[in-house]
Design a protein around this ligand. Sequence first.
Ligand SMILES: C[S@@+](CC[C@H](N)C(=O)[O-])C[C@H]1O[C@@H](n2cnc3c(N)ncnc32)[C@H](O)[C@@H]1O
Length: 273
Amino acid sequence: MSAKGLFVRAVTHGLITNNTTHYSPTSFVLDVANQCSIPIIGMEDPQPPSCKFILNASEQDGVSLQSIGTNMKPSRCDFINDLEIINRIKYGYTVKDPFIKAFTVNNLKRAETRVLDATAGMGRDSFVLSSFGFKMILVERNPIVYMLLKDGYERAKHQFGNVSSVIHADSINYLNHINVEDPNRPHVVYLDPMFEKHGKQRATKRSISMLRDIIDVERDNHQLSQLIEAASRVAIRKVIIKRNKSAPIHPNVKHSFVARDTRFDMIVTTDLI
Ligand SMILES: C[S@@+](CC[C@H](N)C(=O)[O-])C[C@H]1O[C@@H](n2cnc3c(N)ncnc32)[C@H](O)[C@@H]1O
């Protein structure tokens, strides 16, 4: 059985001879399965009883995550057709919005501002920031989420002009390996780890609720202070932490940009904010 009942389904039909399906996974499917360390099942193969999630993989349609036993549609990173994100960019934000203001750095154009999204997830926040001109680097730890993110990014590359790389790594390690003397280190490090649900919360998006099932939310919570420490060491100007409006405030936070039900807490790492 794979971790958390996950399997890669190769979305290509096998060759049927003598009533037996001969299936040989393409290099794309093998790559997805190897990177995620999960077993492959072919399209005609019966679903294993332990199967809770399937990562559908095909060269043409990319990668999508399907939850078994629910009527949810498979979830994918689709920056081109996702109306919510398109509307968020077109009508949702202006440069005066708390989210955009949180990342804005004095005396620095947005196109010159390097932002490292250390908890990239499905890349939605990064996509919005990139469309506002910020220069983004995305880092994601979970191999399945990274696969979905990389796939979405590859298909929308032309619209994601300001993203220099999408990296599969634990950001604590990644940040700890950045030389603090490096003039090209990020001006802003962004943290949006998954938090345990507290009390009454607005219904979460389908993709986020599926993420909750496959990532280690407890680990995200426990490592927050380590992540803040690593980010504060590296960021030239500031660290921005996205939090639920009612969540406790970290003692180093200087100011919060408050949106409708979210806060963007700012830790200043230089006087020149
Ligand atoms: C709430 S989601 C981020 C959502 C994202 N802001 C978006 O707009 O789609 C949190 C993500 O952070 C990732 N994460 C948490 N800790 C991490 C770490 N130390 N390094 C890299 N990724 C991490 C989790 O795997 C998860 O995918």
